[in-house]
Design a protein. Sequence first.
Length: 150
Amino acid sequence: MPVVRISEELFREIQKYAEPLVDDFESALWKVLKIAQSNQSKSREGTIQIVKGDVTPQKMFWTPVLESLVEQGGEAPAQKVIEQVEIKMKNQLKPGDYEPNRDRLPKWKKGVHFQRLAMVHEGLLVKNTPRGIWRISEQGRQWLKTNRDL
């Protein structure tokens, strides 16, 4: 594979087209090229616009994850939590959420895993649990009480 060196400025520009936690540099660059080709064939004027797939905002997973854990006694296997999140969000998940990522998982499932990490960093989930087990913290219970409608 060839090695290409680019400036930090160009790297930051291409990052603007990347879907966080989904795209790597190459897939973001392909998006930019496809947009440029599409715009070039339509018109030589105007600006480049990217239309991302219609997906649920990532933070929307927090409440269903925390609710699922409370309903299961405060702790549960990740797979059980994810199944409950899907049930709770069946009317909120958008078509783009079901598109597969590079690892063939639907985007929404990958999003739940990434948001679990974010919730651990925020102190809403306990950090040091056995592998595959998610546990709500006291701070997570408090967050759920005050933010349930987010």
